[in-house]
Write a protein that binds this ligand. Structure first.
Ligand SMILES: Nc1ccn([C@@H]2O[C@H](COP(=O)(O)OP(=O)(O)OP(=O)(O)O)[C@@H](O)[C@H]2O)c(=O)n1
Ligand SMILES: C[C@](O)(CO)[C@H](O)COP(=O)(O)O
Length: 239
């Protein structure tokens, strides 16, 4: 059977959120943001196990929360690095011990991805080795320097990359190792694979799969959570 491991990165500082603490512990309806994300991944049938990457200072707390919330798919909680890319690399090294075929790399700060989209991503990775969830860009994007517009990009070809991003394990490890040798940095993992000249496929995702980045996202997250709880209630009661 195909072994699919999730790597959930939550070792950031959440500076843009401005809470003065890691946004992973932001309370959403009585539960920390990271626990919302992990509880969802715990339920995904295609996922064999989860590696969680957190800041050194949060290691004990997250291990305790994992136990408390019965997150049995979490096989390890490991320490991350200064940048997201380093946290992912450390997560990949740890996940590699149990020899996964495919890894799905996901932001701890994205609590609303669905099983349907994760399943579609796994299918794409089985077929093509590398894929990302993404949504079409809705705004018109300008490239500007010092407030002066240089050009307008052709919107019909623009996609906003999300996570999870999925890869055959050997491919993403090679991409991270090469990036480290060449001191290359990127804000997502797909870019490291693209830089090797390898194909990465887009799997259309959902606008609800938001990353909580700035304070306005908290309100949005609470309303998405309410909507998904109502949806669950409706399913349970047959409404
Ligand atoms: N050194 C880092 C930086 C980021 N992340 C994780 O990567 C995800 C996406 O990053 P982002 O939203 O930028 O989070 P932060 O780095 O925490 O936020 P900021 O850039 O505002 O400080 C988050 O779940 C974050 O915890 C990580 O594991 N290790
Ligand atoms: C990986 C990512 O979530 C894709 O959208 C994003 O690039 C990482 O977060 P950041 O806000 O760029 O740090």
């Amino acid at each position: 059977m195909m072994k699919v491991s999730g790597i959930i990165v939550a070792a950031g500082k959440g500076r843009r959120m401005g809470l003065g603490k890691n946004k992973a512990f932001l309370d959403l309806n009585g539960k920390p943001l990271l626990i919302h994300t992990l509880s969802r991944w715990q339920q995904f049938n295609c996922i064999t196990e989860l590696t969680v990457v957190v800041g050194k200072e949060d290691l004990n707390l997250v291990q305790e929360l994992v136990k408390q919330h019965g997150l049995s798919k979490v096989s390890q909680v490991v320490t991350g690095g200064k940048e997201r890319q380093e946290s992912v690399f450390l997560g990949l090294q740890a996940a590699g011990k149990s020899k996964p075929d495919i890894v799905l790399i996901h932001d701890g700060a994205r609590p609303f991805v669905t099983e349907e989209h994760v399943g579609q991503l796994v299918d794409a990775v089985q077929q093509h080795e590398a894929g990302v969830l993404a949504v079409p860009v809705k705004d018109t994007i300008k490239v500007a320097t010092n407030g002066l517009i240089e050009k307008t990009l052709e919107r019909s070809r623009l996609w906003a990359a999300q996570t999870p991003q999925g890869f055959r394990y050997g491919l993403i490890m090679e991409a991270h190792q090469q990036a480290r040798r060449e001191n290359r940095e990127a804000t997502d993992d797909a870019a490291l694979v693209e830089a090797m000249g390898r194909a990465v496929y887009i799997v259309p995702g959902s606008e609800y799969n938001i990353k909580l980045t700035t304070p306005e996202d908290i309100e949005l997250a609470r309303s998405i959570l309410k909507r998904s709880e109502e949806h669950d209630d409706a399913n349970r009661t047959g409404l």
